[in-house]
Every structure is written in C-alpha cells, then in structure tokens.
Design a protein around this ligand. Structure first.
Ligand SMILES: [Fe+2]
Ligand SMILES: [Fe+2]
Length: 358
C-alpha cells in the first residue's frame, strides 16, 4: 500500500485546519429567511404546547452530556487509509450540518427577541444544543489532527434563502431524520459492541433526544399555522421536501458505503430504515407520506446513483470540458426524469389527515 493511502492528506487553510469540503448540491446547506415575516407569525393557537416543549429545553437534560471521557484519550492512527478519510468526511459533514442549525437558530433567536419572544426563546435554546453538537464533532476531528474553522465557514459559505414556511418543513425534517440517523447507529452499535471503533457513537443516545425535541418544536410551530399543513400547496411542498431530504441522504450515504461498513452497517439497509422511520414520523404532522415501501422508489434512486457515479468519472477524466458537457447532459436529464417520476409517484395519505394519531 502506498503511504499516502495510509494517511490521507487534506487541503488545509492553516496547519491542522481543514479547508471546508467543496459545496455541491449534496453538501449540508446554510439557510436564511424572512425574519420580519417570521416575527409576525401568530403562534397563539398552539402556545401551550410550544411552552411545554420550551420548558423541556430549559431543563437542559444534556447539560453535562457532551464531555469527552478517557476513552477519547488515545491514538487514532490505526484508523487509516480510506477508512480514515471517510471518518473525517463524516465528522466534517455532521459538524457542518449541526453548525448550520446553530447559525440559523441563533440568528432567529436574536432577530425575534422583542417581536416574538416565545419563538425566540425556543430558537435560542436549540442553538445552545446545536453549538454543543457542532463543538463536540469539531473536537472529534482534532483526534484526527484536524479541525474546522467555523468562523471562516460562517463567512465563506453561501446561504440559501427560504421563506419561513419552507424553513419549517426543512428544519422539521432535518431534525427528525437526524434523530433516526443517530438512534439507528446507536442501537446497532449497542447490539454489536465489536463495531464500536470510536467513542463518539456512544453519545448518540442522549444526543438524538435533543434532535427529537427540536423536531417536536417545529411540529408544534407548524400546528400553530394550520395553513402550512392543510391545503393542496402544503401537500405538494411536503412531498417535495420529503423527497429532497430522502434522496439527498441516500445519494450521499451510498457513495460513502465504506464508512457505514466500518461500523458493521450496510449503508443501503441503514438508509432504507432511516427513511422508513422518518417518513412515518413526518406522517404525524405532514399531510402526505411518500410510498417508500414501493420498490420503484429505490429503483429510481439507484438509477440516479449510477448516473452520479458516471458523472464523477467524467469529471475526473481527461476529456476536454466542452465534450464533458455533452457526456454529462444525458445523465443530468436522466436524474431529472427519475426525480420527477419519484415526485409524481402516488403518495400515501398520512394519519395526521384523519387526525387519529398524534
Ligand atoms: Fe444537533
Ligand atoms: Fe437539532
């Protein structure tokens, strides 16, 4: 084996500070919104439930959870080669996603402080949690002799603007899918301690409860704004967000199957499980669920996956750029077609519509 394979090298901003991964359509996003519109939101119809969730936030169950114990205190050089590279990528992606939550919630907390104090307090307390999560992941990166410059990330990343309604669909889903991702890894490793190759995963049990509570907060906000959930537009948008969140995760994770393999997990099975659970959870508040048990759902995603692999190979080739464009075009069109077919697949009416299940 070549040495460079044993110890992957990363582009650095300064010694030990990793240059952020290139932004693509599949990397974690940073968001901004219309703060005035958010401030004017009337949440009074569900204020009691929101207050109850905020009270849970105040209790701060994980105040003393994110403390590195002795197990971290050893050399991690034996995680090497491709495994090390995938590990670092996982930590970076997770840290970036957590930090993106922190930035958005912090800014919302600040901007809504005087105009919508209940929402503002919820956002502030969630930003406290996300700061801990991001910090803990960044500290884990230091075990691999790297770190992320989060200040630099704040300034250098582009921000996606979403109207408040879309912020709620997107953050609700990302919190709930985050919950299922963490708990599924945690439960697998609990059952297979031999696969526990790095201590951070032991922290996922309490950690995922933070994400679950955050998701519940957004659930309660959306219920306070029934027009976000009960018309035909809501159905179309919820469908859109479910599909984009599921497809992004699937395409990302299967590409990095080696990371999941190093934890004894099959990336595809893991994703199918996480998608199934998140879809069911989302059905408690969203008016539609996707038919993720239909094999067509994954058949189409697998075509996109193959297209993406071909796209990566084209970009890495020596073919002149203008020829690459014509090689890439049919693959982009195929991805667009598959995603459109997925979007128009028959959906399932969710329990939330009948009002039977909460
Ligand atoms: Fe988090
Ligand atoms: Fe969260």
């Amino acid at each position: 084996m070549v040495d460079s394979l044993k110890k992957p090298t990363f582009e650095e901003l300064r010694p030990g500070v990793k240059a952020p991964a290139k932004e693509t359509i599949l990397t974690p996003r940073f968001y901004t919104t219309d703060f005035d519109e958010m401030a004017k939101m009337d949440i009074s119809v569900n204020e009691a439930e929101l207050e109850a969730i905020i009270q849970e936030f105040r209790v701060d169950y994980n105040k003393n959870h994110f403390v590195r114990d002795a197990e971290f205190d050893q050399s991690w050089e034996h995680i090497d080669g491709e495994k090390r590279q995938l590990f670092i990528e996982f930590l970076e992606r997770s840290c970036t996603a957590e930090f993106s939550g922190f930035l958005l919630y912090k800014e919302l907390g600040r901007r809504l402080k005087d105009k919508n104090p209940v929402l503002a307090e919820g956002f502030n307390l969630m930003s406290r949690d996300e700061a801990r999560h991001a910090g803990f992941l960044n500290k884990a990166l230091s075990d691999f002799n790297l770190s992320l410059d989060l200040g630099f990330l704040t300034k250098s990343r582009s921000y996606t603007f979403f109207k408040p309604k879309f912020i709620f669909y997107a953050t609700y889903l990302s919190e709930k899918i985050g919950y299922w991702r963490y708990i599924t890894i945690y439960q697998h490793l609990k059952a297979h301690p031999e696969d526990q190759i790095y201590p951070i995963f032991r922290f996922f049990e309490n950690w995922c409860q933070d994400e679950n509570r955050h998701g519940d907060f957004f659930d309660a906000v959306m219920r306070a704004q029934p027009q976000m959930l009960n018309d035909w537009r809501a159905k179309l948008w919820c469908r859109f967000f479910l599909l984009s969140v599921f497809a992004t995760m699937y395409l990302n994770d299967i590409q990095r199957a080696g990371f999941y393999r190093s934890l004894g997990l099959d990336a595809r099975e893991y994703d199918i499980e996480v998608i199934k659970k998140t879809n069911e959870t989302a059905g408690r508040v969203f008016p539609v669920m996707l038919d993720v048990n239909n094999p067509e759902f994954y058949d189409r995603l697998d075509i996109c996956l193959k297209n993406n692999q071909k796209l990566t190979a084209i970009v890495a080739s020596n073919t002149p750029k203008f020829l690459q464009f014509f090689q890439k075009l049919p693959l982009y069109l195929s991805n667009g077609w598959q995603l459109a077919k997925l979007y128009f697949m028959k959906t399932i009416e969710s329990p939330s519509v009948e009002g039977a299940v909460r």
